[in-house]
Design a protein around this ligand. Structure first.
Ligand SMILES: O=C([O-])CC(=O)C(=O)O
Ligand SMILES: [Mg+2]
Length: 577
């Protein structure tokens, strides 16, 4: 049993489903996919509904468009319209409308200007879009299932217009959106944003995606008091009530969409662990915050540790990793990082000893008292002293080579913290991973300045490049957006019955190995995001292979393909705008 599995205790009575019938991964030919779904909102009896057109949009008749409208110039026009807006939220709204009215143009621009678009359609602006969702709402997008639908979820799901096309759904309950807390039904834009990246980054067909927000109520009083709030005005369902709802939801999803992969997103920590362990051997499902973030950080750490060890002369297995933050993302990453050490020859126990957790009570250790279940595995039994809460004292005690922030405490890595890391290490690894930008534990600028440019840096949200003593320095973005598109695509193409730890690890190693010579020379920890399609194809190929090794693939005919053929197959399945 791997460490991830060991930590996530299996829900009792759930058996692993073996490979069963063989089905070609995508049964709809590429040509037929030229047809476009147009989600057209219309009003009837005061209720907004979705209408789906299956035909390609008719070419407008002569005279119905301006005389010299051509695609290329129009792309420039759209880009200029976007750039003319000074507020990011305005840009978000503009792009959301563009996506609805002209999806091809939206995705074409998205791919062409990836590093300009991702901070708008995704982190950090998507965080603002969530905060303001009930105010900026314009049109329905995605599927809403509320706790009031319990007992009737089947019928709600079956209202989704394209039942047979669905391949991937991002599902949130809005209980912990990025680092912003419980946003209730305002969490929908996070599901939408992730799926836009699936489409742009992995070429999943737009009409195969379902953004879902489960409205279980909210404990956000500000929202409950807001007359414009779009969700149920009740406190969040929890415990039994939530689990019954989730069981019904997952069962009905698998019945309605037999080829669908579910990505859980931004559930509060306990729920994230609970439902991942409950369903992961029964349905194809993964948790982006636990496994996706874990995989992306493992990948960045592999590349950072190599550079750090080159500078210090310390063996790779000597790294000491301190986690500041022990929620779902923190512990998820810690579990994934176990394989950093085990792949380098350490035993599970030795690997566990190289990781320290810090939560709101300070250093996590056995003698401190009662601990949340998910923290126990990493709790230290070799520390006997009084609780230590001061981060400088903790660093002084642990002497970490890598400091990872998943705390959502903005600027927790003060100049003194950064300087101490630099004093301990010739090339300190500092990853402030909290999202969005304003919750980051430190900025790239501070990290560069207070380490005299020696830092090996990755953050969850994007930061601008820095110059240090005439040298350009590039921040890594250790965001799960590098992982989930390829992990999802690979799982879908393999028609995996479940997403195994080995598939997640394969996605991580695939990403770590994707750096080009030029990117290595630039000192990058992650490939440039412009290469996302190439990276996703490579990751997907690795994930398919891992699924085959684990025996969870149903597209068994892919086993016969050589690596090159498999890569070409993956690429041939990508939708192009
Ligand atoms: O959405 C992102 O940018 C990364 C992520 O999953 C999170 O912070 O919850
Ligand atoms: Mg997330």
């Amino acid at each position: 049993m791997s460490c991830v599995t060991a930590l996530i205790h299996q829900a009792s009575g759930i058996r692993q489903r073996g490979p069963n019938r063989v089905i070609t991964p995508t049964e709809v030919s590429f040509d037929t996919l030229i047809m476009t779904i147009v989600l057209t909102p219309y009003w009837s009896n005061g209720v907004q509904k979705l209408k789906v057109a299956h035909q390609p949009p008719a070419k407008p008749k002569h005279g119905l468009t301006p005389p010299t409208l051509d695609d290329e110039t129009h792309a420039t026009r759209c880009l200029l319209q976007l750039r003319s807006k000074d507020k990011n939220i305005e840009k978000y709204i503009y792009l959301s409308m563009l996506k609805e009215q002209d999806p091809n143009m939206f995705y074409r621009l998205c791919l062409r200007y990836m590093s300009e678009f991702t901070p708008i359609i995704y982190t950090p602006t998507v965080g603002d879009a969530c905060l303001q969702y009930s105010h900026i709402y314009r049109r329905p997008e995605g599927l809403f299932i509320s706790i009031k639908d319990k007992g009737n979820i089947r019928n709600v799901i079956r209202n989704w217009p394209k039942l047979d096309e669905a391949r991937i759904s991002v599902v949130t309950d809005g209980s912990r959106i990025l680092g912003l807390g419980d946003l209730g039904v305002n969490g929908m834009p996070i599901s939408i944003g992730k799926l836009s990246l699936y489409i742009a980054g992995a070429g999943i067909r737009p009409w195969s995606t379902i953004p879902i927000c489960l409205d279980l109520g909210t404990n956000n009083q500000k929202f409950l008091d807001d007359p414009l709030y779009l969700g149920l005005r009740r406190k969040r369902a929890a415990g039994e009530e939530m689990t019954e709802f989730m069981d019904e939801f997952m069962r009905e999803m698998s019945l309605a969409f037999p080829k669908l992969l579910v990505q859980f997103e931004d559930f509060s920590t306990d729920a994230a662990f609970l439902y991942l362990s409950r369903y992961r051997h029964q349905y194809p499902v993964f948790n982006d915050d636990i496994q996706g973030t874990g995989a992306v950080v493992l990948s960045g750490l592999i590349n950072a540790a190599r550079l750090s060890s080159q500078a210090s002369g310390r063996p790779i297995t000597d790294h000491r990793i301190l986690f500041f933050g022990a929620g779902s993302a923190g512990v998820g990453v810690a579990m994934q990082l176990m394989s950093f050490f085990t792949l380098n020859g350490l035993s599970e126990e030795e690997a566990r000893r190289r990781i320290w957790l810090v939560d709101s009570g300070g250093l996590v250790f056995d003698k401190r008292g009662k601990l949340a279940e998910h923290k126990k595995y990493f709790s230290r039994n070799d520390y006997e002293g009084p609780p230590i809460t001061d981060i400088l004292e903790i660093i002084d005690y642990v002497k970490p080579t890598a400091l990872l922030g998943l705390s959502t405490i903005s600027n927790a890595f003060t100049p003194s913290v950064i300087r101490l890391m630099a004093a301990l290490n010739p090339r300190p690894i500092i990853f402030p991973l909290s999202n969005p930008v304003r919750l980051s534990e430190c900025s790239f600028h501070d990290a560069v300045e207070h380490t005299q440019g020696t830092v090996l840096f990755a953050s969850g949200s994007p930061f601008p490049e820095e110059e240090h003593e005439g040298r350009k320095m590039y921040p890594g973005q250790g965001n799960n957006m590098y992982i989930f598109p390829g992990l999802g695509l690979g799982s879908i193409l393999a028609r995996a019955t479940s997403v195994t730890d080995s598939m997640v690890e394969a996605s991580s190693l695939g990403l770590a190995g994707a750096l080009t010579e030029e990117e290595h020379a630039m000192g990058l920890l992650y490939p440039r995001i412009e290469r996302i399609r190439e990276i996703s194809a490579h990751i997907a190929k690795e994930v398919v292979r891992a699924a085959q090794k684990a025996g969870v693939d149903r597209s068994t005919e892919l086993r016969k393909l050589s690596d090159q053929e498999l890569l070409e197959f993956v690429q041939s399945k990508m939708w192009n705008p």
